[in-house]
Write a protein that binds this ligand. Structure first.
Ligand code: NI
Length: 194
């Protein structure tokens, strides 16, 4: 196991469309995932996609604690401008190989987002409020889940990495791009990097 170097915005690996994994049970996939877990734990983020550790393959992982889900879901603004507190449940540590996402609604919510590949920055990003996602686990078993709120946001953020998309490309108001330390100092908002 090892802590891997995280690619930062501007590195070509973050702009590529990552390749599917043929055999989710292959030892090299397990090794990659173990290294990604070490890397995520060391960096203190919420999620990580393989291209962020310079591996252009379609695998992501994420974990959301109950505390974090509650905090984040209280922060999201729906289209009606009201707080949209949603599911505030823990998301178990999830590894998704070759994931796909389908929106379950046209409704978007806007909230703060940050990324390990754009260290110390945050911005307000619109995401689908509810999605269904599918992927394979490391035994090749299919995972199908419906997600709302912050859970849905994390999955959309991570899967974007597999298509070479970083969150600023999803922002509709670039004036909200902010140094995380300013956000913390001025608004008391702490955003975990994904
Ligand atoms: Ni990210």
């Amino acid at each position: 196991m090892a802590i891997l170097k995280i690619a930062r915005m501007g590195h070509p690996v973050l702009k590529r469309v990552a390749q599917p994994i043929d055999d989710p049970g292959a030892p090299e996939v397990r090794r990659l995932v173990n290294d990604m877990l070490d890397t995520l734990e060391d960096a203190g983020g919420t999620g990580l996609a393989a291209p962020q550790v310079h591996v252009p393959r379609r695998v992501v992982l994420f974990y959301v604690s109950t505390e974090r889900a509650q905090r984040e879901n209280g922060r999201e603004d729906g289209e009606d401008g009201e707080d949209a507190p949603d599911e505030a449940e823990e998301v178990p540590l999830t590894v998704l190989v070759n994931p796909t996402i389908e929106p379950l609604t046209e409704e978007m919510v806007v909230s703060w987002e940050a990324c390990l590949s754009l260290p110390d920055l945050a911005g307000r990003v619109p995401r689908y409020k509810a999605v269904r996602y599918r992927g394979l686990d490391l035994r090749g078993e299919e995972i199908v889940r419906e997600a709302r709120g912050f859970h849905a946001r994390v999955v959309q953020h991570e899967c974007d990495h597999l298509d070479g998309v970083l969150y600023p490309q999803r922002m509709t108001d670039l004036s909200t791009l902010t140094f995380a330390s300013e956000l913390r100092a001025r608004a008391g908002i702490e955003v975990a990097e994904e």
